[in-house]
Ligand binder design. Structure first.
Ligand code: GLN
Length: 486
Protein backbone atom coordinates (compact mmCIF):
# COMPACT_ATOMS: atom_id res chain seq x y z
CA UNK A 1 0.00 0.00 0.00
CA UNK A 2 1.20 3.51 -0.83
CA UNK A 3 2.04 5.53 2.26
CA UNK A 4 -0.14 8.42 1.13
CA UNK A 5 -3.12 6.06 0.90
CA UNK A 6 -3.07 5.47 4.66
CA UNK A 7 -5.31 7.26 7.15
CA UNK A 8 -4.36 9.73 9.89
CA UNK A 9 -4.90 7.15 12.62
CA UNK A 10 -2.91 4.44 10.81
CA UNK A 11 0.02 6.79 10.21
CA UNK A 12 -0.13 8.02 13.81
CA UNK A 13 0.44 4.45 15.03
CA UNK A 14 3.28 3.91 12.53
CA UNK A 15 4.93 7.19 13.61
CA UNK A 16 4.72 6.22 17.26
CA UNK A 17 6.17 2.79 16.55
CA UNK A 18 9.01 4.44 14.64
CA UNK A 19 8.18 2.40 11.54
CA UNK A 20 7.56 5.34 9.23
CA UNK A 21 8.61 8.99 9.35
CA UNK A 22 6.64 12.05 8.41
CA UNK A 23 9.33 12.86 5.85
CA UNK A 24 8.72 9.51 4.13
CA UNK A 25 4.97 10.07 4.02
CA UNK A 26 5.34 13.63 2.80
CA UNK A 27 7.78 12.53 0.12
CA UNK A 28 5.35 9.77 -0.94
CA UNK A 29 2.49 12.27 -1.16
CA UNK A 30 4.54 14.62 -3.35
CA UNK A 31 5.52 11.69 -5.59
CA UNK A 32 1.87 10.80 -5.92
CA UNK A 33 1.11 14.43 -6.82
CA UNK A 34 3.77 14.28 -9.52
CA UNK A 35 2.18 11.13 -10.92
CA UNK A 36 -1.45 12.12 -10.89
CA UNK A 37 -2.02 15.84 -10.42
CA UNK A 38 -1.41 16.51 -14.11
CA UNK A 39 -4.53 14.43 -14.72
CA UNK A 40 -6.84 15.61 -11.93
CA UNK A 41 -5.53 19.12 -11.11
CA UNK A 42 -6.47 19.13 -7.45
CA UNK A 43 -3.90 21.71 -6.36
CA UNK A 44 -3.45 25.35 -7.29
CA UNK A 45 -0.33 25.76 -5.21
CA UNK A 46 2.21 23.37 -3.72
CA UNK A 47 4.67 24.21 -0.97
CA UNK A 48 7.12 21.36 -1.24
CA UNK A 49 10.13 22.96 0.44
CA UNK A 50 8.18 24.31 3.39
CA UNK A 51 6.39 20.95 3.67
CA UNK A 52 9.64 18.99 3.84
CA UNK A 53 10.88 21.33 6.57
CA UNK A 54 7.59 20.89 8.45
CA UNK A 55 7.95 17.12 8.16
CA UNK A 56 11.46 17.32 9.56
CA UNK A 57 10.20 19.34 12.52
CA UNK A 58 7.37 16.85 13.01
CA UNK A 59 9.81 13.94 13.00
CA UNK A 60 11.88 15.66 15.67
CA UNK A 61 8.74 15.96 17.82
CA UNK A 62 7.78 12.36 17.16
CA UNK A 63 11.21 11.15 18.25
CA UNK A 64 10.66 12.95 21.54
CA UNK A 65 7.18 11.35 21.74
CA UNK A 66 5.74 14.88 21.72
CA UNK A 67 3.07 13.82 19.28
CA UNK A 68 -0.50 15.00 18.68
CA UNK A 69 -3.12 13.37 16.46
CA UNK A 70 -2.12 15.46 13.41
CA UNK A 71 1.64 15.60 13.97
CA UNK A 72 3.46 14.89 10.71
CA UNK A 73 0.25 14.32 8.69
CA UNK A 74 0.15 15.79 5.14
CA UNK A 75 -2.89 18.07 4.84
CA UNK A 76 -4.28 20.13 1.95
CA UNK A 77 -6.29 23.33 2.34
CA UNK A 78 -8.97 24.82 0.13
CA UNK A 79 -7.75 28.04 -1.42
CA UNK A 80 -10.44 30.14 0.27
CA UNK A 81 -8.89 29.67 3.73
CA UNK A 82 -6.16 32.18 4.61
CA UNK A 83 -2.66 30.81 5.01
CA UNK A 84 0.05 33.20 6.17
CA UNK A 85 2.69 33.73 3.50
CA UNK A 86 0.99 31.38 1.01
CA UNK A 87 -1.22 32.51 -1.88
CA UNK A 88 -4.97 32.45 -1.23
CA UNK A 89 -6.70 33.04 -4.56
CA UNK A 90 -10.26 31.76 -3.95
CA UNK A 91 -10.03 30.38 -7.49
CA UNK A 92 -10.33 33.96 -8.73
CA UNK A 93 -8.29 36.22 -10.97
CA UNK A 94 -9.11 39.09 -8.63
CA UNK A 95 -7.06 37.56 -5.81
CA UNK A 96 -4.33 36.22 -8.09
CA UNK A 97 -1.49 37.81 -6.12
CA UNK A 98 -3.06 37.88 -2.68
CA UNK A 99 -0.84 36.51 0.08
CA UNK A 100 -2.55 36.81 3.47
CA UNK A 101 -0.52 38.26 6.34
CA UNK A 102 -2.22 35.90 8.82
CA UNK A 103 -3.51 32.33 9.22
CA UNK A 104 -7.19 31.44 9.55
CA UNK A 105 -8.03 30.20 13.04
CA UNK A 106 -8.46 26.62 11.77
CA UNK A 107 -4.96 26.70 10.27
CA UNK A 108 -3.51 28.22 13.43
CA UNK A 109 -5.20 25.63 15.65
CA UNK A 110 -4.13 22.69 13.49
CA UNK A 111 -0.56 24.01 13.49
CA UNK A 112 -0.25 23.31 17.24
CA UNK A 113 0.13 19.66 16.30
CA UNK A 114 2.62 20.39 13.56
CA UNK A 115 0.91 18.76 10.56
CA UNK A 116 2.46 19.13 7.10
CA UNK A 117 0.75 21.65 4.86
CA UNK A 118 1.05 20.33 1.30
CA UNK A 119 -0.54 23.19 -0.60
CA UNK A 120 -3.76 24.91 -1.57
CA UNK A 121 -6.54 23.19 -3.49
CA UNK A 122 -8.60 24.23 -6.48
CA UNK A 123 -12.19 25.42 -6.13
CA UNK A 124 -15.01 27.13 -7.95
CA UNK A 125 -14.37 30.86 -7.90
CA UNK A 126 -15.30 32.21 -4.44
CA UNK A 127 -16.88 28.79 -3.72
CA UNK A 128 -19.73 29.43 -6.16
CA UNK A 129 -20.41 26.24 -8.05
CA UNK A 130 -20.89 22.49 -7.84
CA UNK A 131 -18.30 21.20 -10.29
CA UNK A 132 -14.96 23.01 -9.77
CA UNK A 133 -15.22 24.14 -13.37
CA UNK A 134 -15.68 27.79 -12.37
CA UNK A 135 -12.05 28.24 -11.31
CA UNK A 136 -9.92 30.91 -12.96
CA UNK A 137 -7.09 28.36 -12.83
CA UNK A 138 -8.76 25.60 -14.85
CA UNK A 139 -11.05 22.72 -13.88
CA UNK A 140 -10.42 19.76 -11.56
CA UNK A 141 -11.34 16.26 -12.74
CA UNK A 142 -12.83 13.26 -10.97
CA UNK A 143 -10.23 10.55 -10.26
CA UNK A 144 -12.85 7.80 -10.80
CA UNK A 145 -13.46 8.99 -14.35
CA UNK A 146 -11.35 11.80 -15.76
CA UNK A 147 -14.08 12.90 -18.15
CA UNK A 148 -16.29 13.80 -15.20
CA UNK A 149 -16.44 16.61 -12.65
CA UNK A 150 -15.46 16.01 -9.01
CA UNK A 151 -18.28 18.12 -7.61
CA UNK A 152 -17.69 21.48 -6.02
CA UNK A 153 -16.95 23.94 -4.89
CA UNK A 154 -14.29 22.16 -2.78
CA UNK A 155 -13.47 19.77 -5.66
CA UNK A 156 -9.70 20.15 -5.25
CA UNK A 157 -9.78 19.08 -1.60
CA UNK A 158 -12.07 16.11 -2.29
CA UNK A 159 -9.87 14.92 -5.15
CA UNK A 160 -6.60 15.43 -3.25
CA UNK A 161 -7.94 13.05 -0.56
CA UNK A 162 -9.55 10.59 -3.00
CA UNK A 163 -6.44 10.40 -5.20
CA UNK A 164 -4.09 10.02 -2.19
CA UNK A 165 -2.35 13.33 -2.89
CA UNK A 166 -2.68 14.10 0.82
CA UNK A 167 -4.09 12.33 3.88
CA UNK A 168 -6.88 14.76 4.78
CA UNK A 169 -8.04 18.21 3.72
CA UNK A 170 -10.14 21.20 4.68
CA UNK A 171 -13.00 22.53 2.59
CA UNK A 172 -15.96 24.85 3.07
CA UNK A 173 -19.66 24.16 2.74
CA UNK A 174 -22.10 27.00 2.04
CA UNK A 175 -24.73 24.92 0.27
CA UNK A 176 -23.09 21.52 -0.12
CA UNK A 177 -19.53 22.25 -1.16
CA UNK A 178 -18.01 19.67 1.18
CA UNK A 179 -20.66 16.95 1.12
CA UNK A 180 -21.40 17.00 -2.62
CA UNK A 181 -17.77 16.61 -3.81
CA UNK A 182 -17.12 14.10 -1.00
CA UNK A 183 -20.05 12.02 -2.31
CA UNK A 184 -18.94 12.25 -5.94
CA UNK A 185 -15.31 11.38 -5.13
CA UNK A 186 -15.96 8.57 -2.65
CA UNK A 187 -14.52 10.17 0.49
CA UNK A 188 -15.90 11.33 3.84
CA UNK A 189 -16.84 15.01 4.11
CA UNK A 190 -18.51 16.85 6.97
CA UNK A 191 -20.19 20.21 7.43
CA UNK A 192 -20.31 21.05 11.14
CA UNK A 193 -23.08 22.95 12.93
CA UNK A 194 -23.10 26.64 12.06
CA UNK A 195 -20.93 28.30 14.72
CA UNK A 196 -19.02 25.14 15.68
CA UNK A 197 -15.91 26.01 13.65
CA UNK A 198 -14.41 29.48 13.43
CA UNK A 199 -14.77 31.34 10.14
CA UNK A 200 -12.01 33.80 11.04
CA UNK A 201 -9.68 33.88 8.05
CA UNK A 202 -12.19 32.24 5.72
CA UNK A 203 -12.72 34.54 2.75
CA UNK A 204 -16.45 35.27 2.92
CA UNK A 205 -18.99 34.20 0.32
CA UNK A 206 -22.24 33.86 2.32
CA UNK A 207 -21.43 34.36 6.02
CA UNK A 208 -24.70 33.09 7.48
CA UNK A 209 -24.46 29.75 5.69
CA UNK A 210 -20.87 28.61 5.51
CA UNK A 211 -18.72 26.42 7.69
CA UNK A 212 -15.24 25.01 7.31
CA UNK A 213 -15.07 21.23 7.61
CA UNK A 214 -12.93 18.16 6.96
CA UNK A 215 -12.44 15.78 4.05
CA UNK A 216 -11.05 12.43 5.15
CA UNK A 217 -10.46 8.85 4.06
CA UNK A 218 -12.65 7.50 6.84
CA UNK A 219 -14.96 8.56 9.67
CA UNK A 220 -12.29 8.22 12.36
CA UNK A 221 -10.06 10.70 10.52
CA UNK A 222 -13.04 13.00 10.11
CA UNK A 223 -13.54 13.03 13.90
CA UNK A 224 -9.82 13.68 14.46
CA UNK A 225 -9.88 16.62 12.03
CA UNK A 226 -13.03 18.03 13.62
CA UNK A 227 -11.37 17.84 17.03
CA UNK A 228 -8.54 19.99 15.68
CA UNK A 229 -10.69 22.75 14.16
CA UNK A 230 -13.84 22.97 16.31
CA UNK A 231 -14.21 25.22 19.32
CA UNK A 232 -14.97 28.75 20.38
CA UNK A 233 -13.03 31.55 18.74
CA UNK A 234 -13.62 35.08 20.06
CA UNK A 235 -12.38 36.44 16.71
CA UNK A 236 -15.54 35.12 14.99
CA UNK A 237 -18.66 36.66 16.51
CA UNK A 238 -20.80 33.77 15.22
CA UNK A 239 -18.60 31.15 16.86
CA UNK A 240 -20.54 29.53 19.70
CA UNK A 241 -18.97 29.55 23.19
CA UNK A 242 -19.55 25.93 23.97
CA UNK A 243 -16.99 23.35 25.00
CA UNK A 244 -15.83 21.01 22.27
CA UNK A 245 -16.38 17.34 23.05
CA UNK A 246 -13.78 14.79 22.01
CA UNK A 247 -15.44 13.58 18.81
CA UNK A 248 -13.39 10.38 18.68
CA UNK A 249 -15.39 9.25 21.72
CA UNK A 250 -18.46 9.07 19.47
CA UNK A 251 -16.85 6.36 17.38
CA UNK A 252 -18.79 3.46 18.85
CA UNK A 253 -20.40 0.89 16.62
CA UNK A 254 -23.33 0.09 18.86
CA UNK A 255 -26.27 2.00 17.41
CA UNK A 256 -28.99 -0.23 18.85
CA UNK A 257 -32.06 1.87 19.51
CA UNK A 258 -30.81 4.91 17.60
CA UNK A 259 -33.76 6.37 15.73
CA UNK A 260 -32.92 7.16 12.11
CA UNK A 261 -35.39 9.36 10.27
CA UNK A 262 -35.90 8.97 6.54
CA UNK A 263 -37.19 12.26 5.12
CA UNK A 264 -39.66 11.34 2.42
CA UNK A 265 -38.99 14.56 0.45
CA UNK A 266 -35.49 13.23 -0.31
CA UNK A 267 -36.68 10.26 -2.32
CA UNK A 268 -38.36 12.03 -5.16
CA UNK A 269 -38.61 11.98 -8.90
CA UNK A 270 -35.29 12.99 -10.40
CA UNK A 271 -33.30 10.98 -7.87
CA UNK A 272 -31.12 8.61 -9.88
CA UNK A 273 -32.34 5.01 -9.33
CA UNK A 274 -28.81 3.71 -8.71
CA UNK A 275 -28.25 6.39 -6.08
CA UNK A 276 -31.58 5.59 -4.46
CA UNK A 277 -30.75 1.88 -4.37
CA UNK A 278 -27.34 2.42 -2.75
CA UNK A 279 -28.80 4.81 -0.17
CA UNK A 280 -31.67 2.47 0.67
CA UNK A 281 -29.19 -0.41 1.04
CA UNK A 282 -27.21 1.85 3.34
CA UNK A 283 -30.28 2.47 5.47
CA UNK A 284 -30.80 -1.31 5.65
CA UNK A 285 -27.25 -1.69 6.96
CA UNK A 286 -28.05 0.75 9.77
CA UNK A 287 -31.25 -1.15 10.48
CA UNK A 288 -29.37 -4.46 10.63
CA UNK A 289 -27.11 -2.85 13.19
CA UNK A 290 -30.11 -2.28 15.43
CA UNK A 291 -31.19 1.25 14.49
CA UNK A 292 -34.89 2.00 14.42
CA UNK A 293 -36.01 3.43 11.09
CA UNK A 294 -38.72 6.10 11.22
CA UNK A 295 -40.50 7.94 8.47
CA UNK A 296 -40.24 11.75 8.79
CA UNK A 297 -41.16 14.76 6.70
CA UNK A 298 -39.31 17.99 5.88
CA UNK A 299 -42.06 19.72 3.90
CA UNK A 300 -40.10 22.92 3.19
CA UNK A 301 -37.41 21.02 1.26
CA UNK A 302 -38.78 22.05 -2.11
CA UNK A 303 -38.19 25.74 -1.31
CA UNK A 304 -34.57 25.23 -0.29
CA UNK A 305 -32.93 26.04 -3.61
CA UNK A 306 -35.08 29.13 -4.16
CA UNK A 307 -34.41 30.54 -0.71
CA UNK A 308 -30.70 29.75 -0.95
CA UNK A 309 -30.32 31.44 -4.33
CA UNK A 310 -31.71 34.66 -2.86
CA UNK A 311 -29.86 34.59 0.46
CA UNK A 312 -26.44 33.37 -0.74
CA UNK A 313 -26.11 35.82 -3.67
CA UNK A 314 -27.41 38.68 -1.48
CA UNK A 315 -24.66 38.04 1.04
CA UNK A 316 -22.15 37.51 -1.76
CA UNK A 317 -22.97 40.83 -3.44
CA UNK A 318 -22.27 42.59 -0.17
CA UNK A 319 -19.18 40.55 0.76
CA UNK A 320 -17.59 40.89 -2.67
CA UNK A 321 -17.98 44.68 -2.75
CA UNK A 322 -14.54 44.92 -1.16
CA UNK A 323 -12.77 43.76 -4.33
CA UNK A 324 -12.46 47.15 -5.97
CA UNK A 325 -8.82 47.06 -7.04
CA UNK A 326 -7.78 49.44 -4.25
CA UNK A 327 -6.72 47.46 -1.20
CA UNK A 328 -5.62 44.10 -2.56
CA UNK A 329 -5.65 41.78 -5.50
CA UNK A 330 -5.97 42.50 -9.18
CA UNK A 331 -6.30 46.06 -10.51
CA UNK A 332 -6.89 46.75 -14.16
CA UNK A 333 -4.14 49.07 -15.35
CA UNK A 334 -5.95 50.54 -18.32
CA UNK A 335 -8.25 53.25 -16.93
CA UNK A 336 -8.83 57.00 -17.15
CA UNK A 337 -10.45 57.58 -13.78
CA UNK A 338 -11.45 55.89 -10.56
CA UNK A 339 -14.89 54.76 -11.76
CA UNK A 340 -13.42 53.16 -14.86
CA UNK A 341 -10.79 51.47 -12.69
CA UNK A 342 -13.52 49.95 -10.48
CA UNK A 343 -15.57 48.79 -13.45
CA UNK A 344 -12.72 47.27 -15.42
CA UNK A 345 -11.14 45.68 -12.36
CA UNK A 346 -14.37 43.97 -11.37
CA UNK A 347 -15.51 42.94 -14.82
CA UNK A 348 -12.08 41.50 -15.70
CA UNK A 349 -11.30 40.16 -12.25
CA UNK A 350 -14.50 38.17 -11.67
CA UNK A 351 -15.62 35.22 -13.79
CA UNK A 352 -19.15 34.78 -15.22
CA UNK A 353 -20.69 32.82 -12.32
CA UNK A 354 -19.49 35.27 -9.67
CA UNK A 355 -20.72 38.16 -11.81
CA UNK A 356 -24.12 36.47 -12.10
CA UNK A 357 -24.35 36.06 -8.32
CA UNK A 358 -23.39 39.68 -7.66
CA UNK A 359 -26.08 40.86 -10.07
CA UNK A 360 -28.68 38.48 -8.58
CA UNK A 361 -27.84 39.58 -5.05
CA UNK A 362 -27.77 43.28 -5.83
CA UNK A 363 -31.18 42.93 -7.44
CA UNK A 364 -32.64 40.95 -4.52
CA UNK A 365 -31.46 43.56 -2.03
CA UNK A 366 -32.49 46.65 -3.96
CA UNK A 367 -35.24 48.88 -2.72
CA UNK A 368 -38.69 47.53 -3.49
CA UNK A 369 -37.41 44.01 -4.09
CA UNK A 370 -35.88 43.46 -0.68
CA UNK A 371 -39.23 42.67 0.95
CA UNK A 372 -40.41 40.56 -1.97
CA UNK A 373 -37.25 38.45 -2.24
CA UNK A 374 -34.73 38.69 0.55
CA UNK A 375 -37.18 39.00 3.42
CA UNK A 376 -39.36 36.25 2.01
CA UNK A 377 -36.38 33.94 1.65
CA UNK A 378 -35.45 34.61 5.28
CA UNK A 379 -38.97 33.66 6.33
CA UNK A 380 -38.71 30.41 4.38
CA UNK A 381 -35.44 29.80 6.13
CA UNK A 382 -37.11 30.10 9.55
CA UNK A 383 -39.68 27.53 8.45
CA UNK A 384 -36.91 25.19 7.36
CA UNK A 385 -35.29 25.41 10.79
CA UNK A 386 -38.68 24.45 12.23
CA UNK A 387 -38.91 21.50 9.84
CA UNK A 388 -35.67 20.09 11.21
CA UNK A 389 -36.66 20.76 14.83
CA UNK A 390 -39.91 18.85 14.28
CA UNK A 391 -38.11 15.97 12.59
CA UNK A 392 -35.56 15.69 15.40
CA UNK A 393 -38.36 15.21 17.91
CA UNK A 394 -39.05 11.91 16.19
CA UNK A 395 -35.49 10.77 15.48
CA UNK A 396 -31.83 11.15 16.46
CA UNK A 397 -30.37 11.59 12.99
CA UNK A 398 -31.64 11.68 9.43
CA UNK A 399 -30.38 9.52 6.56
CA UNK A 400 -30.76 10.60 2.93
CA UNK A 401 -28.90 10.80 -0.36
CA UNK A 402 -26.17 13.47 -0.49
CA UNK A 403 -26.70 14.18 -4.18
CA UNK A 404 -29.43 13.40 -6.72
CA UNK A 405 -26.97 11.69 -9.09
CA UNK A 406 -23.37 10.51 -9.34
CA UNK A 407 -20.65 12.61 -11.02
CA UNK A 408 -21.72 14.09 -14.36
CA UNK A 409 -19.64 14.79 -17.47
CA UNK A 410 -17.36 17.83 -17.51
CA UNK A 411 -19.03 20.65 -19.41
CA UNK A 412 -22.48 19.06 -19.15
CA UNK A 413 -24.10 21.72 -16.96
CA UNK A 414 -21.81 24.67 -17.66
CA UNK A 415 -24.26 26.49 -19.92
CA UNK A 416 -27.25 25.88 -17.70
CA UNK A 417 -26.82 27.50 -14.26
CA UNK A 418 -30.15 26.20 -13.00
CA UNK A 419 -29.16 22.57 -13.66
CA UNK A 420 -25.93 23.25 -11.79
CA UNK A 421 -27.87 24.78 -8.86
CA UNK A 422 -30.08 21.69 -8.63
CA UNK A 423 -27.05 19.55 -7.72
CA UNK A 424 -27.37 20.87 -4.18
CA UNK A 425 -31.05 20.14 -3.64
CA UNK A 426 -30.28 17.66 -0.81
CA UNK A 427 -27.48 19.63 0.86
CA UNK A 428 -28.72 23.23 0.91
CA UNK A 429 -31.46 22.74 3.56
CA UNK A 430 -28.81 21.86 6.20
CA UNK A 431 -26.96 25.12 5.55
CA UNK A 432 -30.17 27.14 5.75
CA UNK A 433 -30.98 25.42 9.06
CA UNK A 434 -27.38 25.36 10.33
CA UNK A 435 -27.44 21.66 11.26
CA UNK A 436 -24.42 19.30 10.98
CA UNK A 437 -24.22 16.74 8.22
CA UNK A 438 -21.79 14.21 6.79
CA UNK A 439 -21.48 12.38 3.49
CA UNK A 440 -19.93 8.90 3.56
CA UNK A 441 -19.31 6.43 0.71
CA UNK A 442 -22.21 3.96 0.44
CA UNK A 443 -21.77 2.30 -2.93
CA UNK A 444 -21.00 2.69 -6.61
CA UNK A 445 -22.99 3.01 -9.82
CA UNK A 446 -22.72 0.35 -12.53
CA UNK A 447 -20.16 2.66 -14.17
CA UNK A 448 -18.06 2.55 -11.02
CA UNK A 449 -18.84 6.06 -9.76
CA UNK A 450 -19.07 6.67 -5.99
CA UNK A 451 -22.37 7.40 -4.20
CA UNK A 452 -22.73 9.27 -0.91
CA UNK A 453 -25.01 8.60 2.05
CA UNK A 454 -25.83 11.73 4.00
CA UNK A 455 -26.38 11.62 7.76
CA UNK A 456 -27.75 14.76 9.40
CA UNK A 457 -27.97 15.67 13.08
CA UNK A 458 -29.56 18.34 15.21
CA UNK A 459 -27.53 21.43 16.16
CA UNK A 460 -24.28 20.45 17.92
CA UNK A 461 -25.01 16.74 17.62
CA UNK A 462 -21.97 16.00 15.46
CA UNK A 463 -21.33 13.13 17.87
CA UNK A 464 -24.49 11.26 16.88
CA UNK A 465 -23.80 11.91 13.20
CA UNK A 466 -20.29 10.49 13.54
CA UNK A 467 -21.55 7.52 15.52
CA UNK A 468 -24.09 6.49 12.87
CA UNK A 469 -21.50 7.09 10.12
CA UNK A 470 -18.90 5.04 11.98
CA UNK A 471 -21.29 2.15 12.60
CA UNK A 472 -22.12 2.13 8.90
CA UNK A 473 -18.50 2.28 7.85
CA UNK A 474 -17.49 -0.57 10.15
CA UNK A 475 -20.12 -2.77 8.51
CA UNK A 476 -19.11 -1.94 4.91
CA UNK A 477 -15.98 -1.46 2.82
CA UNK A 478 -16.98 1.12 0.20
CA UNK A 479 -14.55 3.59 1.77
CA UNK A 480 -11.64 1.25 1.06
CA UNK A 481 -12.08 1.22 -2.71
CA UNK A 482 -9.62 3.41 -4.60
CA UNK A 483 -9.73 4.94 -8.07
CA UNK A 484 -7.12 3.48 -10.44
CA UNK A 485 -5.31 6.49 -11.81
CA UNK A 486 -1.98 5.16 -12.98
N1 GLN B 1 -23.11 24.87 -5.19
C1 GLN B 1 -23.58 25.85 -4.25
C2 GLN B 1 -23.32 27.22 -4.80
O1 GLN B 1 -22.91 27.32 -5.90
C3 GLN B 1 -22.91 25.67 -2.93
C4 GLN B 1 -21.52 26.15 -2.92
C5 GLN B 1 -20.86 26.02 -1.58
O2 GLN B 1 -21.29 25.26 -0.72
N2 GLN B 1 -19.84 26.82 -1.38
O3 GLN B 1 -23.53 28.21 -4.19
Amino acid sequence: MELSALTIHELHELFKAGEVTSQQVTEAAFQRIEQVDGKVHAYTYLCREEAMREAERADARIRKMDIGPLTGIPIAIKDVICTKGLPTTCGSRILENFVPPYDATVVEWMARDNPVLMGKTNMDEFAMGSSTEHSAYGPTFNPWDLTRIPGGSSGGSAVAVAADECIAALGTDTGGSIRQPAALCGVVGMKPTYGRVSRFGLVAFACSLEQIGPFAKDVTDCAIMLNAIAGHDPRDSTSIPRPRPDYTRSLVIDIRGMRIGIPREYFIEGLDPEVEKAVRNGIDVLKDRGAEIVDVSLPMTEYGISAYYIIAPSEASSNLARYDGVKYGFRDSDHKDLMEMYCKTRSRGFGPEVTRRIILGTFALSSGYYEAYYLKACQVRTLMVRDFQMAFQACDVLAAPATPSAAFQAGEKLDDPLQMYLCDVFTIPMNLAGVPSISIPCGFTSEGLPIGLQIVGNHFEEGKVLQAAYAFEQATDHHRRKPSLT
